[in-house]
Design a protein. Structure first.
Length: 78
C-alpha cells in the first residue's frame, strides 16, 4: 500500500464508552495512548516526507521487459 507503518499502536476497549456527548474522547489512559500514537505518526511523517520518491521506488516497476529492451536497442534510427 506504500505507506509508512509505525511500531506504536493502540486499541480502545469499549470505545463507545470513551466519548462524551460532544463526540470528544474523554480524558483517560486510552486518550493519552491515542495521543502518543498520533504524535509518533506525525514524527515519522515529518522524517520521511522528503524521501517519498526513494521509499516507493521498486525494482519490479523499474525493470524493462525483454520485449521493450529489444525494441529500444534494436532501433534502425534514432
Amino acid at each position: 500500500m506504500r505507506l509508512i507503518t509505525i511500531p506504536n499502536q493502540s486499541s480502545v476497549a469499549k470505545a463507545f464508552q470513551e466519548f462524551d456527548g460532544d463526540d470528544r474522547m474523554k480524558p483517560s489512559p486510552y486518550y493519552d495512548r491515542i495521543v502518543d500514537v498520533m504524535e509518533e505518526l506525525i514524527k515519522f511523517t515529518w522524517l520521511t516526507r522528503d524521501c517519498a520518491a526513494y521509499l516507493v521506488d521498486r525494482y519490479s516497476e523499474r525493470k524493462e521487459s525483454a520485449e521493450a529492451l529489444m525494441a529500444r536497442v534494436n532501433q534502425r534510427s534514432i
